[in-house]
Design a protein around this ligand. Structure first.
Ligand code: UDP
Length: 236
């Protein structure tokens, strides 16, 4: 029995960049795809939302002089590039996938249709949601929360390169305090950088648990699904 059957996994664009810090790193793609393949083979239903920060962010320095909406559309397209790359690596591993985008790109992907996404998951396909929410002024964290609620996921897993939620950046502060479990309210009160406020609020209002874990530790993702205590849990 799996602890979580239907999972929405959110990976940031930066995670895919690996040590390069920019663009797509083939080794990272390969590594994450392997984790997903193993989880799928255990019977988990997996949907993915991938960020775009490794290519373009609407709120970045590079976009400082740009019209915000224009820049956000570029960010959304960046998530589609990442999604296509991830789809490719998963399919090469024999994992059947479907890419659904929030902005229609019919030659490349299906449009987002909730019922269809759920059907794909039931058939064992990994569904990748691209182009965020399809709206400017949002983030892929919010897209992940929204899609997770829509497909009635049991949990949203945020794959990062640190072990979970801390009171400050553990890569900068060696004394940062770790939270193995924390409420939505405390995340908001303490202004912890788990997800942006819109995303947290959405999860809180719909009582969707969030798990933040280190995706760079091999086997972490499957251990979580099997019921082991991995990462940090945000709950009601
Ligand atoms: N974006 C957007 N609407 C969305 C999702 C994303 O406008 O619903 C744009 C926004 O410009 C954002 C960029 O896409 O900066 C990349 O997404 P995000 O910053 O969430 O990626 P991550 O930090 O996870 O790599």
């Amino acid at each position: 029995m799996l602890q979580y059957k239907r999972i929405l996994l959110k990976l940031s664009g930066e995670a895919l960049a690996g040590a390069d810090g920019y663009g797509l790193n083939a080794e990272m793609l390969e590594r994450y795809a392997e984790e997903i393949r193993e989880a799928r083979d255990m019977g988990a239903e997996i949907a993915l939302v991938i960020g775009g920060g490794n290519i373009f962010r609407g709120v970045s320095e590079a976009a400082a002089k740009m019209d915000r909406v224009q820049a956000d559309y570029m960010g959304m397209l960046a998530t589609v590039i990442n999604s296509l790359a991830f789809q490719d690596v998963l399919e090469r591993k024999g994992v059947f996938t479907r890419l659904q985008t929030a902005i229609k790109m019919e030659q490349m992907a299906e449009p987002f249709i909730r019922r269809r996404a759920v059907r794909h998951l039931e058939k064992g396909r990994v569904v990748i949601f691209g182009a965020g929410t399809g709206n400017p002024y949002f983030t892929t964290d919010t897209a992940a929360s929204l899609r997770a609620i829509e497909i009635e996921a049991d949990v949203i897993v945020k794959g990062t390169r640190v072990d979970g939620i801390y009171d400050s950046d553990p890569e900068k502060n060696p004394h940062a305090e770790f939270f193995s479990s924390i409420s939505y309210l405390d995340v908001i009160r303490k202004n912890l950088k788990v997800m942006d406020m819109t995303a947290i609020t959405l999860c809180s209002e719909n009582v969707l648990p969030i798990v933040v874990l280190n995706m760079n530790v091999k086997g972490n993702f499957t251990r979580l699904l099997q019921g082991e205590k991995v990462g940090s849990l945000v709950h009601g």
